[in-house]
Structure formats: C-alpha cells, structure tokens
Design a protein around this ligand. Structure first.
Ligand code: AHR
Length: 502
C-alpha cells in the first residue's frame, strides 16, 4: 500500500515536472534594438479619424488650428513615435494638391476608397504641423494607384525642398518657409489587393515604384522608402511571389517592405485568437527570408527592414455593417492581443524596425471621441506600457513548454540593468507556472509587476466609464534561488515583469 502511494506520487511529480514551462534568459543573446518606430501609428482619411477625431474646427476642445487638444494629449501619453498618413486605401485615390492653400478654396472630392466626402480642409500642412505639435515623426504614403510619378516627386519638393522652386515656393506661400524634412515615404498602399484603386500586378507596381523612388530621391536623396508588400493572404493570392518580385526589383531603392495583419476572434475561441502570434511570426520569417535572398551575394547594399505598417484587431465594424466608419469597440481580450503583436515584433526585432497600429482615433482605434470628450479603449493600456521598452535590446529566449499557451518576449535595458519579461497567457482557463533561469546575473528579490486581467473577456469601455479594464501595478517578491525563480501567470492575462539583474 505504502509502495503504491509512493509510486503514484512519483508519477504525479514526474508529470508535473514534464509539464513545467522553462524559460532561459541570457542578456548576451540580443536580437536587436526595439526600434522606437515600432510604436508608430496611422491616421487615414476615413470615418472620424481625422475629421471629428484629430481635427475638429470650431470645437471648444480644439486649439486655434482645429486640432483636438484632448486627442493630442492622449496620443502623447500613448507613446506614439511616428504617424503614417493619409492612408491606407484612401491614399490610392488622393490628390495631395487638393489639400494645400487657402482652405475655403480647396475642392471637395468624393473619396472612392471608402465612399466618403473629402473636404480637403486637413491636408499636407495640417498633417505636418500636427506631427510637429505632438512630437511624432511623419510618414507619408504616396498614391501609386491612380496617382502619377510626377505627383509623388512634387510632393517631396513641396515638403522638403529648401531652394527656390515652384513647389517649395507654393509651400512658402502657404505660410511655411522652412522645409518640413519628411524622411519616411511609403511607395503606395496594398497595391496587390484587387480592392485598391489602381491595383497593379507585381511587375507593373515594381516598375512604377522604382521610377517614383528614383524621382523622389532626386529631390531629396536622404529620404527612406517603404515598398508596398503584399497583405493579401487569401487562398488564391500569391503574397510570397509579390514580395519576391518587389524585393528583387526594388532592392537598390527601398529601406523597408510593408506587412499588414488584422486579426479577429470570430469563433469566440480565445486560444485560437491569441494563437495568431504564430502566424505573425511566420509571416515575418518568410519576408525576412525573401529579404535575405534578394540581398544575397550583393554586398554593401542598403539594409532592408520590415515595416509592419498596419496591424490591429479588426473584424466587427467591417464594411457596411456600421457604415464605412470602422468604429470598432474593443474589449478586454483585444487588449491581450496587443501583447501578442508586440511580443512578435520584439522576438523579431532584428528585422521589424517599424510598426503602425491601425489606427489612431475612432477608426479601429485606442482613442474614441464624441463632441464632448473621449474615452480610452482597453487596447490603449498595453500599447502605452510596451512603449516603455523602446530602445531596449530584445532577447532571444529558450522556451520549453508542453503546449502553446505561453506567448513571451523579453528585452533588456543596459543602463539600469533591467530585464522586462512580457508574458501573455493565451489560455481561457489555465494558469501557467513558469520557471525563469537567468544565464547571467542574479534576479533581484523584488520586481515591478504590470498586469491586465479581467473576469469578463468581453468587458468594454464607454464615455464616462473607461476604468473597468485597466492595468494593475504592484511590487512583488521573487522566490529567487540559484539565479532562477518560478512565477504564476493567471489564465487570460498579460503581464510585464520588470526585474533588476545584479
Ligand atoms: O486600416 C483600414 C484599411 O485596412 C486600410 O485603409 C487598408 O490599407 C487596409 O486594408
């Protein structure tokens, strides 16, 4: 009887041991810098993102130029570093020349991307002044759909030319003498998608983009260019072939290739939803390989990185079900998905050097306004917190786990010897016990814990009530022994543990 109990215990202990999740952390295994531009954002002329979001002329909440002060503050507190504009799909039908000069003389146009009315009262100068005021780097996406190469070249001349020239003088006439010095330029948006105005095949796009790049660089050789990568992952689409062609043809001109990913929890299956991190990793891996192949055997070429310049949860407010306003209301489980995206960007910090949440205000956005004010959606908080790791070194981890419930990334800040462990528990039901083993340095006995968790996965915020799904921070004691400690991560939680290494 005694022997039997012992045998049972031994097998239980053994299975607990084999179930244990182990993570080895080595601060020498740096993958790359978490580039500050990974905390970029995106503002499109669509629904109430610009008009009624960032910009509301005559509103008591706006400044003299029409910029909503409450939105600017929330943008700064979100930690946004870079802002992509004017689209998105909108970019492929946009004539930037309609949006300069005296506002009352600007033409009102129909936007055929989203079937909207574009008054053009917010144009290039309004966007670039907004970026200066908020303190973010501008990123302009040119029109490679219905637009022309000449228009693209002239746009760079308007924003960046210091000498006297037709377009630089137009800028001066519009009140701005000093060039804006716009550094980041997108060579179009999702041009591989049949939904795009002026959709092209990979050959036609590459020819157009190559000549546009050449013409734009003749105006300002210092600009950085982002090629439109494929975002069409449908069964019939050849996203790999598109990227291969674009990289091969444009490799001498581009600095980034873009990737876009939207996810949704259509099946109401949390583990599957948060399992999208594996798909994001895979897409990055494939594009990294294509970049390596395009540059192979051709030394001394410019490096090419990935700009993940549209990403978010987006599946409820699509198309006509809410009009083309894309006013997605985010819940707690969507906040967990923010951790999923950032963990993937951090794991791949060698190649993901820019990422833009789509979008900033109202349109699939963390900030939601009405005429009286705004509220912060649950997705706001993880974005702001992960942003504190900008500039840190991302680490490559050894992870051993029986299933796939743990999604993790880690970064290290050398100046204050701080290790950040970013842990997403994808499970709806199961807590995870994780043993961390530090390969160098002893974890301090205390750590700062930031955590988001909620009993209701579907909990949302609204006006006057945006405190329901908020992070909780506390100082915790770590049971450190032999440079290792074990920590519990409750079901459906996102935790950032800041540990000092001695
Ligand atoms: O962000 C919404 C839309 O999603 C963008 O306009 C487009 O680029 C993508 O398909």
């Amino acid at each position: 009887m005694k022997t039997f109990t012992l045998a049972l215990l031994t097998s239980a202990a053994l299975s607990a041991q084999s179930q244990q999740i182990r993570v080895k952390v080595d601060i020498d295994r740096a993958v790359g810098e978490v580039h500050p531009h990974v905390f970029g954002n995106f503002a499109e002329h669509l629904g109430r993102c610009i008009y009624g979001g960032m910009y509301e002329e005559g509103s008591p909440l706006a400044d003299a130029d029409g910029y909503r002060k409450d939105v600017m503050r929330a943008t700064q507190e979100l930690g946004v570093t870079l802002l992509r504009w004017p689209g998105g799909n909108f970019a492929s039908g946009y004539n930037w020349k309609d949006g300069i000069g005296p506002k009352d003389k600007r033409p009102t146009q129909i936007d055929h991307a989203w079937d909207g009315i574009e008054t053009n009262r917010f144009g290039t100068d309004e966007f670039l002044k907004y970026c200066e005021r908020v303190g973010v780097e501008p990123y302009i996406c040119i029109n490679t759909g219905l637009g022309s190469i000449e228009d693209a070249r002239n746009w760079v001349e308007y924003t960046n030319e210091a000498r006297q020239s037709y377009w630089a003088d137009q800028r001066r006439r519009n009140g701005r003498d000093k060039p804006y010095g716009v550094k980041y330029w997108g060579l179009g948006n999702e041009i591989d998608g049949p939904w795009q105005l002026g959709h092209k095949n990979a050959d036609d796009y590459s020819k157009f983009a190559l000549e546009a790049a050449k013409a734009m660089r003749r105006v300002d050789p210092s600009i950085k260019l982002i090629a439109s990568g494929s975002s069409n992952f449908g069964p019939a689409a050849d996203w790999i072939g598109w990227n291969r062609t674009v990289l091969e043809r444009l490799r001498q001109e581009i600095d980034y290739i873009s990737l876009h990913t939207y996810v949704g929890n259509r099946d109401n299956d949390l583990e599957k939803f948060l399992g999208n991190g594996d798909i994001i990793d895979h897409r990055i891996d494939v594009v990294r390989g294509l970049i390596t192949a395009a540059r192979s055997g051709r030394p001394n070429q410019r490096p090419i990185y990935i700009s993940y310049d549209e990403w978010n949860v987006w599946y409820r407010a699509r198309g006509s079900d809410r009009g083309n306003t894309l006013e997605e209301i985010y819940n707690f489980e969507d906040a967990l998905a923010m951790g999923m995206f950032f963990n993937s960007f951090f794991r791949n910090a060698d190649v993901v050097k820019m990422a833009n949440l789509a979008q900033l205000v109202n349109v699939i956005a963390p900030i939601f306004t009405n005429k009286q004010g705004l509220f912060l959606q649950p997705i706001y908080f993880p974005i702001a917190e992960y942003g504190k790791q900008k500039g840190n070194q991302a680490l490559s981890l050894y992870v051993s786990q029986p299933g796939k419930l743990l999604d993790i990334s880690a970064t290290y800040k050398n100046s204050d010897k701080a290790l950040y462990l970013n842990v997403l528990n994808r499970s709806a039901k199961q807590d995870l016990e994780v043993r961390f083993e530090s390969q160098q340095g002893t974890p301090g006995g205390q750590a700062e814990e930031w955590r988001m968790n909620h009993s209701n996965l579907k909990e949302v915020h609204t006006f006057g009530d945006d405190k329901r799904v908020r992070p909780v921070t506390r100082t915790v004691t770590l049971p450190v022994q032999n440079n290792a400690f074990t920590y519990n991560f409750p079901a459906h939680s996102l935790t950032i543990l800041k540990v000092a290494l001695r």
